[in-house]
Design a protein. Structure first.
Lengths: 315, 289
């Protein structure tokens, strides 16, 4: 009984105290939440308006007919039907795959080889890296216009130089057979520098002990490259290849500025088609439908790729 | 530092000679592909149109003249377009820095309860390439949600969407996370408000990451092409990258090349000044020698 009378007031006190503490914490917590919200507001505003909403809206307008007046009506799958009825779609997909394929064939090994040479440079390494990165700095439109001048079948640099050694003249951008290759050569030149620097950083990070151990075991230089360096770079190589695939699938500046999609639609890519549907024909629904399919294709590509390389790097 | 070429083999004369040859050839190749096109553009810009056709392989024109630069600057209005690009870059940079700093600060230091959800939603946008939502982004800028105003053809149409860059927020938050939290507590005890904490403590300590975000922002917005092409239809307001594609169909070849040289001078100069940071930003940080 006595214990109860003693504990009751302390219990009440404790309850009161904890209530006060809770309310204080709640109030300061509420204030903290509010200030947090205040500082997140710029991000929420720009991401909401210019990232989250356009992504959702892209999904919506693929199933709508939309015009600039702001009126839109649901049309079901009509946009997709119109899309698949366009004979240019198949051409654009094949052209894009050709660009991606040639890009991997030429643009994937080149920076790896260059980076491994640069990794053996001891003196003036900065000069090599500077020169390798320089093309990346040039605005893409300027690069493309420069190369367009180099490719010129009249007095272009390439045909003049090749003519000196008895080759050519080549039609470069003028022929449907070589136009895409010409685009890939330029874009490899323009984009290689960044990849070289990333590979180089990864190569410098490989522990020297691994090479030394391989050497003691009697491995020659090629074996050290094949059995030590490349396996150590596996993750970087896998990620950069995926990055290159995602980027080249979305190629736009090269075909738009070099050829406008010609000759005979040989360089009309998926993104060029989206641009034409949307911004030249005002057919926003069809453009959004193609963009949605492109996004799905990229998502599937990334998922399959990451799954495949994960099991590959485990084994 | 050791690579696949070992120290012992470096001392062998055969390997040493082979390395020297490979390095020499690589250097020549890099000069040709790195500096070559820039030099050729410069040479083309000071050549006369006849010489460009009659003697295209000349290393330097017989009558080098700088007149093309003034012609391009005034007649082709390259001066105006370069200025337009400057405004676009400046605004994009400011918006990106502001959004990244405030969001990084909120997510890393203030840590509101809903913060992780917002951060997740921001990071999720990295998986949707912006070319994919470009069409709906255009429909958004011609009729902003809630506000109902049309910002197409104004620089706001480039500045504001530039702020929605998840990578910047990732960089800022990551860097702020590594700052010592005791410092924030000490500042609070000393009576510093939240704004003071950001401006006087967090930002001054974060100069390296602010520099990286700034460089990425400036380089990217100077190079950007497809979005300005879509968002700015008024030829008088277009940046140099978009204007060049129009000029390519109209201007004489030698003046066009001069215009291209003028367009690539600013980014090359920025690169020359900040090349150490740019190279560092690409992963040379924390690499042991």
């Amino acid at each position: 009984m006595t214990t109860a009378t003693v504990t009751r007031p302390t219990g009440e006190q404790a309850a009161q105290e904890s209530r006060a503490a809770r309310s204080r914490r709640w109030r300061s917590g509420g204030r903290r939440e509010l200030i947090g919200l205040l500082f997140l507001l710029p991000a929420i505003a720009v991401f909401g308006m210019f990232a989250w909403w356009p992504i959702v809206r892209g999904l919506i307008i693929s199933f709508q007919r939309t015009d600039l007046m702001g009126t839109s009506e649901w049309v079901g799958l009509a946009n997709f039907e119109a899309l698949f009825a366009d004979p240019l779609l198949g051409t654009a997909v094949l052209n894009t795959l050709l660009f991606v394929g040639l890009g991997v064939l030429i643009g994937f090994p080149a920076p790896l080889i260059l980076a491994s040479i640069l990794s053996t440079v001891r003196r003036f390494g900065g000069v090599y890296r500077f020169l390798a990165y320089l093309p990346v700095v040039i605005p893409p439109v300027v690069s493309v216009l420069l190369w367009k001048w180099f490719y010129d079948p009249g007095a272009g640099l390439f045909n003049e130089l090749l003519g000196k050694v008895g080759l050519g003249p080549y039609p470069w951008l003028e022929s449907p057979d070589t136009a895409m290759l010409s685009l890939v050569l330029e874009s490899t030149w323009a984009g290689m520098g960044g990849t070289v620097l990333i590979y180089l950083a990864a190569m410098v990070g490989i522990p020297a002990e691994l090479y030394e151990a391989a050497e003691i075991d009697g491995a020659n230089m090629w074996q050290r490259i094949w059995h030590v360096m490349l396996p150590q770079l596996r993750t970087v190589i896998a990620l950069l290849l995926l990055w290159q695939l995602i980027n080249t699938v979305q190629v736009f500046t090269e075909p738009y500025v070099f050829t406008g999609g010609g000759p005979q639609n040989a360089t009309t890519t998926v993104l060029l088609l989206i641009f034409r549907y949307g911004f030249q024909q005002g057919n926003y629904g069809q453009a959004a439908a193609l963009a949605l399919l492109l996004a799905l294709a990229l998502a599937v590509l990334s998922a399959v790729y990451l799954r495949a390389t994960r099991s590959w790097s485990k084994s | 530092m050791s690579g696949f070429v070992s120290e012992t083999s470096r001392r062998r004369p055969g390997t040493c000679g082979a390395l020297f040859t490979v390095h020499g050839l690589t250097l020549i190749a890099l000069v040709l592909i790195g500096l070559g096109p820039l030099y050729w553009a410069l040479k083309g810009a000071v050549s006369s149109p006849t010489e460009l056709v009659t003697n295209p392989l000349a290393l330097w024109p017989a009558d080098a003249r700088l007149g093309n630069f003034t012609l391009a600057w005034d007649e082709l209005q390259v001066g105006r377009y370069v200025l337009n690009s400057f405004w676009i870059v400046l605004g994009s940079w400011a918006v990106q820095l502001f959004v990244a700093a405030t969001a990084g600060f909120a997510l890393s230091v203030l840590r509101p309860r809903f913060g992780p959800y917002v951060y997740g939603a921001i990071l999720a946008t990295m998986f949707v390439p912006y070319t994919v939502s470009m069409v709906s982004l255009f429909l958004t800028i011609i009729d902003l949600p809630f506000l109902g105003i049309n910002i197409a053809n104004t620089y706001w149409a480039i500045w504001l969407p530039a702020g929605a860059n998840a990578f910047n927020v990732l960089l800022a938050k990551g860097f702020f996370d590594a700052l010592p939290r005791e410092l924030f507590d000490a500042a609070k005890v000393d009576g510093a408000g939240t704004w003071r904490l950001l401006v006087s403590i967090v930002l001054p300590m974060s100069r390296p990451i602010l520099a990286v975000i700034s460089l990425l922002a400036v380089m990217h917005s100077w190079k950007d092409f497809i979005w300005p092409l879509v968002a700015i239809a008024d030829p008088q307001k277009q940046p140099i990258a978009v204007a060049l594609t129009v000029l390519a169909g109209q201007a004489p070849q030698d003046q066009l090349i001069a215009a291209m040289v003028l367009a690539l001078i600013p980014p090359v100069v920025v690169f020359l000044i900040f090349q150490r940071h740019i190279v560092a930003g690409l992963g040379f940080t924390g690499v042991k020698g």
